[in-house]
Ligand binder design. Structure first.
Ligand code: FMN
Length: 365
């Protein structure tokens, strides 16, 4: 699949510096230099035993800050050893991890950047050899199909969480948010997307509970609401972004049965707990979901807070969505893996290096 391709107008914005993308903007507590974000990108370059990031990761993020990216969202960063789903993913629960992240945030701040930590628990999408010999945690004991990504063993049958364990995980999210602030991050993004723990509670595929955490869609969003509330209580709504999605890492081609209803229900939940910053995630930004509207347009229909857009965006598409007011900030993922200087290339009409997983996934440039 061509992910940064020229038909998508990556070469077209010759007069890039005039794009709305390069306007400064304030969202929440963050004064961003541009309306651009680096999407969260798992890279698996942390020490596998300790979940600590090294100087290579400091330099990787520093370069994106030096390029002028408005908001850098870190790779998914796990809130507990049991929340881990891929070898080499970093954590934000130990003193050593916090100290190492401080080097990253210092480097980003020196370059004038803003950076938040994406806090993550993978739930059932793991294997006991990754989660310290504990079974993965999940709303219900339903095994995911397929093999653990980058590990090549089948997923374990997870352990259904007790209400006490749910409460413990909620406090781990809140603690991770406090740790992120201690590590110098400007806030956090709660990873409630892509079929990981929170999204497992949100979905009827993975949540068969009959207690207060299961039931119809509004009821299934209970864990997500409690996590958001705990994080907002810990660090403030103006520092808390929430990422959610229809699509799931382990269920190909999943889509909500009624996207308009689902989005409205999510937005009601976000409003109820006082969230203000949203990052709706989809792979194809321009895909129509309902009533001739894209995911981000449907979110905008019900939400007047901040919205980050994402999903195979190119600069022209992003500029148009910013002009229309559908989104406030445009996030780029794969193009920022293959181009540490993406924005400079764009401003100067220079060619963009096309993302190629085979070439770019194994190295940090
Ligand atoms: C290598 C890779 C790692 C990713 N890791 C994460 C992650 O840790 N957290 C997350 O929410 N999304 C993750 N994503 C999804 C991206 O944040 C983004 O939504 C997606 O790549 C679409 O944006 P793009 O078309 O600009 O790449 C990842 C995507 C890729 C390609």
């Amino acid at each position: 699949m061509s992910l940064v391709n020229n038909e998508q107008n990556w070469g077209k914005l010759k007069n890039g510096s005039e794009s709305k993308l390069f306007e400064p903007v304030k969202i929440g507590a963050w004064n961003l230099r541009s309306r651009t974000a680096m999407a969260p990108l798992t890279r698996c370059f942390a020490d596998d035993q300790t979940g600590v990031v090294g100087d290579d990761v400091v330099e990787y993020y520093r370069k994106r800050a030096a390029d002028g990216v408005g908001l850098i969202i870190s790779e998914g960063t796990i809130i507990s050893p049991r929340g881990k789903g891929y070898p080499g993913t970093p954590g934000i629960y130990s003193e050593e991890q916090i100290k190492a992240w401080k080097k990253v945030t210092d480097a980003v701040h020196k370059e004038g950047g803003t950076m938040i930590s994406q806090i993550w628990h993978v739930g059932r999408l793991s294997h006991h050899e990754i989660t310290g010999n504990f079974l993965p945690q999940a709303p219900s004991a339903i095994r995911a199909e397929g093999l653990v990504s980058r590990f090549r063993k089948p997923y374990d049958i997870p352990e259904e969480m007790t209400v006490e364990e749910i409460q413990e995980v909620i406090s781990q999210y809140a603690q991770a948010a406090r740790n992120a602030i201690e590590a110098g991050f400007d806030g956090v993004e709660i990873h409630a997307a892509h079929g990981y723990l929170i999204d497992q509670f949100n979905s009827d595929i993975t949540n068969h509970r009959t207690d207060q955490y299961g039931g119809d869609l509004p009821q299934r969003l209970t864990l997500m609401k409690e996590v958001i509330k705990a994080v907002i209580d810990a660090i403030g709504t103006e520092r808390t972004m929430i990422r959610f999605s229809a699509h799931k890492a382990d269920v190909p081609n999943y889509m909500w049965e009624d996207p308009d209803y689902a989005i409205r229900t999510f937005i009601d939940a976000f409003k109820e707990v006082g969230a203000t910053l949203l990052h709706p995630s989809i792979m194809q930004f321009e895909r129509i979901l309902a009533d001739g509207k894209t995911m981000h347009q449907l979110v905008r229909k019900y939400w007047d807070g901040a919205i980050v857009g994402v999903g195979t965006l190119d600069p022209e598409m992003a500029n148009k969505a910013l002009e229309e007011g559908t989104i406030d900030v445009a996030a780029f993922g794969r193009p920022l893996i293959s181009n540490p200087d993406l924005l400079n290339r764009l401003k100067n009409g220079k060619e963009i290096e096309e993302y190629d997983a085979k070439k770019h996934l194994g190295v940090l440039i």
